[in-house]
Design a protein. Sequence first.
Length: 189
Amino acid sequence: MDNTVFTDSNGHIVRNSPMKDEHQLIKIAGKAPVLKDIGRIVSGDTNSNILTFEINRYYDGVDLYTKLIKIIVSNELGIFTENAVNLQYNSELLRFSWILSDSVTCKSGNVTAAIAFIGAEDGYKYALKTLPFTIRVEASLDMDFDLPDEEPEPPYKNWFVDVESRLFALEQTFIDFEAAPIDFSEGWI
């Protein structure tokens, strides 16, 4: 069997995975994710890091493709979950990705995570988890927008990215508005 041909969750064959970036695939063997070259992750990054995992599709006879995949994250904010994306499979393997949110990269330091496959099997609750693994978030420069006499924002609120994204959206709206033809047939004058 050719283990390089995958099918996405819509049933389309994926020959060149859109998930693949310049970093190494994280293989999960014996419930342990093996991290090698995953690239640099920097504090303040927002949805700009993707980690792609590969595991045997069947574990103890259970098809993991049929389960919800969650990444359990533990950092300075506490413990929370994020969803896996870009689910792909073939007859032997399952691939999925985790896009790191600003809640994961809010501060530099170590972030611990584990992957959980959750669902039901033969009418009973089912959960399979990996061993925890650690990723390092490196320090970067950040901007502090706290104003005097105001309640400080939670650490996961990345104002710089938020303001820049909103400005970009406004600029795009203005460009789209300027490019739209004006119909004077409705009595505009």
